[in-house]
Write a protein that binds this ligand. Structure first.
Ligand SMILES: *Cc1c(COP(=O)(O)O)cnc(C)c1O
Length: 395
């Protein structure tokens, strides 16, 4: 791997192909993909509707730039606005870029209100991306160390702590927005109190701040609603998404409503690739398939079922400190570091991920079959149990 910058270290497996919830490596081994390319391939690998959309568009027109009308972009924006209750969309190529657009909206909104040094509330333990502004917003020093000076204009509160945000409101007169993940993903699959977003919404209304939800991971059906804020019957002012939107085609979106939707005007923001015909065609197929095949309901029901089954299977394991999740975003937290479970699971034919050091994160495709769900629960529960007993003496 000498010519690749060493940002990902050594990687043990080369995946050669995928279909549905399974992938195969170059040695011919098959795996249940319970990470879905990090919450990307919700429809499973090589979903025929997405493959068809990409193939047809690739044979027609790949790219023209945003100097010209792009009907696929318009159609996708219409569909996403109808689903979300937002008014306008800016398309990007990635999640971090969608958040960059949101951060720019918040700052310009604040500057236009005459707020000096407009500041955004972000949460501890959050993840918002790897660009300079988004890593500065992220609540994890691991992604920040070495990259100082950080971008200014963020203040931080513990996640799921309304009083802490109220205290920030008292202490600062230049806050203009709150940026929050409805369920923290990279931070360890943390689900806040069920009224957390409602209370943040009320606080933002009281102070004339923008509520901006980072739905890059939670969006596109992952938690059992198209966007996770829809569990709360509220509307944010800004919503960012990416990961699952293209099922593997790189595309992100920053959606905005009301006054937030009017902030960016010609010349304020741009992108060469963002929202190109190919990416938008793929995303349109994703949005249509999620709805037509009732896959969001499937994510909700299958997720609830998996949560119950993991809780039952691991209820007597004292080394398991929490099992939590929403839809098909599941975390099994252990009382010890468990990064080795990634390779142990791989040896048993399951791709999963460990996040925040001690939490097994499962993000399976929504098309996971009943048989695959059985295999996932049985394999992962047995592994966790064996791992806890094998590492017991070290504690
Ligand atoms: C993955 C992720 C991002 C960053 O998205 P990229 O496409 O990797 O830039 C931002 N926010 C959240 C919540 C994410 O899960």
């Amino acid at each position: 791997m000498g010519t690749l910058m060493n940002t990902y270290g050594a990687r043990a497996v080369t995946i050669a192909k995928g279909e549905g919830s399974r992938v195969w490596d170059t040695e011919g081994n098959s795996y249940i993909d319970a990470i879905s390319g990090i919450a990307v391939c919700g429809l499973g690998h090589c979903h025929p509707a997405v493959t068809r959309a990409i193939s047809e568009q690739a044979a027609t027109l790949l790219h023209v730039s945003n100097l010209y009308n792009i009907p696929q972009q318009q159609r996708l924006a219409d569909a996403l606005c109808a689903i979300s209750g937002m008014d306008k969309v800016f398309f990007s190529n990635s999640g971090a870029e969608a958040n960059e657009a949101a951060i720019k909206i918040a700052r310009k909104y604040g500057n236009e209100k005459g707020v000096a040094n407009p500041t955004i509330v972000v949460m501890n333990n959050s993840f918002h991306g790897r660009t300079m502004a988004t890593l500065s917003a992220t609540g994890n020093t691991k992604v920040q160390i070495g990259f100082e000076p950080l971008v200014e204009g963020f203040v931080r509160a513990p996640f799921d702590d309304i009083a802490a945000v109220e205290a920030l409101a008292e202490a600062h007169d230049n806050i203009v927005a709150v940026l929050v993940e409805p369920v923290q993903g990279e931070g360890g699959v943390h689900v806040p109190a069920s009224d957390y977003l409602n209370r943040l919404r009320a606080l933002c209304d009281r102070h004339d701040w923008l509520l901006m939800t980072d739905e890059i991971q939670t969006g596109n059906g992952r938690t059992g609603r198209y966007f996770a804020y829809q569990h709360n019957d509220i509307l944010p002012d800004v919503v960012t998404t990416a990961k699952g939107l293209g099922n593997g085609m790189p595309i992100g979106a920053c959606l905005a409503r009301g006054k937030a939707a009017e902030v960016l005007q010609p010349g304020n923001h741009g992108t060469t690739f963002g929202g190109n015909p190919l990416a938008c065609s793929a995303a349109l197929a994703v949005v249509e398939t999620l709805q037509q095949d009732q896959l969001i309901e499937r994510a909700r029901d299958l997720g609830a079922q998996l949560l119950t089954r993991f809780k039952a299977a691991l209820k007597d394991e004292s080394g398991v400190t929490d099992i939590r999740g929403k839809g098909l975003m599941l975390g099994i937290q252990l009382d010890r570091p468990c990064a080795e479970l990634v390779s142990l699971a791989r040896d048993k034919g399951v791709l999963l991920n460990v996040t925040a050091g001690n939490t097994v994160r499962l993000l399976p495709p929504f098309v996971l079959t009943e048989a695959e769900a059985d295999e996932l629960v049985n394999t992962v529960s047995a592994l966790v149990r064996t791992f806890i007993h094998a590492t017991f003496t070290h504690q």
